[in-house]
Design a protein around this ligand. Structure first.
Ligand SMILES: *Cc1c(COP(=O)(O)O)cnc(C)c1O
Length: 424
């Protein structure tokens, strides 16, 4: 087999430079809690392919379901000749997502595509143009979702002009907004919308209940419920982007469950199908069904192979109670992260997150000045020592931990040891 070095040379000659990778070595295989490269070096996996392999890599039920489906048929296109698994995934999503009202779902390929479709549905159903998004938001890399995303570099730089009628308002970011209460932060965001956009022009308010790429920002309690209440009163469609937070990641099935917030529409992807590409919009039947027949769809959306994987993943989440597993990961890792923070000499401003979506925000010692260089250095030290970690944040100064929810206690402990050593 080719070495990582050889593969890297071939890559440079064949793959566009704009597609980056976190590590240099090439993967041979991966399991529940580890990834092994072609040289046989093993990493403990605190990335889960960016919160995708919640059930682990090559989870047994997923492998079996995909194999059986590939043998039956690979593709007919649901818009040409429909099949049961698409319907079954929609039934599951309608039941699992927050809100006991009548729901419908539609399936797509990627998170960005789900977000695009949620905006299409909200605009069509309300007849209004504007979409309200937040500072630090990340919603994807297509033209509309670049407009919805906050951060210029690397996501938007020189890729404009962007889609219009997108308005950005302040987020609740307790570490960096002076600890505004959820209610006050929501009032500030709402006032911005009312003064600068006008509620009657707003089709949708789109928010990640815990921000992902933007820095694992957990809004102050009460922020999401206050926005939900305002959206209801203003006739605005409340869209929760649960693409990173979904499918047991935060210790509930969805992050909105934590405060009992019931979105009108939810966008889903990443953790939905054990690594196969699948995404969805799920929400109120009257909004979803407002769109004319043929208005939603796509060649591959809800591929039978991805649907088989999603059904097997959801079964695995139930069977292994992965929401509880995420809470257990939090209870194991948070004390370790706090100990690292205490020994860091003021370099860790905050340990935050929920369930198996945890982060440390790094600053210049004793200040609130972000430290992206130190963050990258800690992350690189982890990679060298056998731990896959990711960074994120508007300022690039957040170390984020997203282990698969099936990771073993031993792997978790070894990962935390590597992280502690990387800080030293
Ligand atoms: C990853 C992500 C997206 C985009 O999903 P893709 O599948 O990469 O298109 C959108 N929203 C959030 C919150 C994400 O984390």
């Amino acid at each position: 087999m080719a070495s990582s070095e050889e593969l890297h040379k071939r890559r440079q000659a064949a793959v566009a430079r704009g597609v980056g990778s976190v590590v240099d070595s090439y993967v041979d295989h991966a399991s529940g809690g580890t990834v092994t490269d072609v040289e046989g070096r093993e990493w403990i996996d605190f990335a889960a392919g960016i919160a995708v392999t919640n059930v682990g890599n090559s989870a047994p039920r997923v492998v079996e379901a995909v194999r059986a489906q590939v043998e039956r048929f690979t593709h007919t296109c649901f818009m040409v000749a429909p099949y049961e698994s698409y319907v079954a995934v929609c039934e599951q999503l309608n039941t699992l997502t927050p809100g006991s009202f009548e729901k419908r779902s539609a399936l797509f390929n990627s998170g960005a595509e789900a977000v695009e479709n949620a905006v299409k549905i909200a605009r069509h159903a309300t007849g209004r143009p504007a979409v309200v998004v937040f500072d630090h938001a990340y919603h994807g890399r297509t033209n509309l979702t670049m407009a919805l995303t906050a951060k210029n570099m690397p996501y938007k730089h020189r890729f404009g002009p962007f889609a219009g009628e997108v308005y950005r308002v302040p987020m609740s970011y307790p570490l960096r907004d002076g600890g505004l209460s959820g209610a006050k932060a929501a009032a500030r965001a709402i006032e911005t919308v009312e003064k600068q956009v006008g509620a009657e022009n707003v089709a949708a308010l789109l928010i990640e209940p815990i921000q992902g790429e933007g820095g694992f920002v957990v809004p102050a309690p009460g922020f999401l419920p206050a926005l939900r209440e305002w959206a209801t009163a203003a006739g605005v469609v409340f869209v929760a982007d649960e693409i990173q937070t979904g499918f047991c990641r935060t210790g509930d099935w969805f992050a909105c469950d934590h405060e009992g917030v019931e979105p009108d529409l939810v966008t889903l992807a990443k953790g939905i199908a054990g690594g196969l590409p699948l995404a969805a919009v799920t929400g109120r039947a009257e909004l979803m069904d407002a769109v004319h027949v043929g208005g939603l769809g796509g060649t591959y959306g809800g591929s039978p192979i991805a649907c088989a994987a999603a059904l097997a993943s959801i079964e695995t989440m139930h069977e292994l109670d992965l929401a509880a597993a995420a809470r257990r990961i939090e209870s194991v890792l948070v004390p370790r992260l706090r100990a690292i923070a205490e020994r860091s000499g003021g370099r860790v401003a905050e340990v935050r997150g929920r369930g198996a979506m945890l982060a440390m925000e790094l600053v210049q010692p004793g200040t609130s000045t972000p430290d992206p260089v130190g963050t990258a250095a800690v992350s690189a030290a982890c990679h060298r020592a056998g731990l896959l970690t990711l960074t994120c944040g508007t300022y690039g100064n957040v170390l984020r931990l997203l282990p698969p929810l099936v990771i073993s206690d031993d792997e978790l402990a070894r990962g935390a040891d590597i992280l502690a050593a990387a800080f030293d």
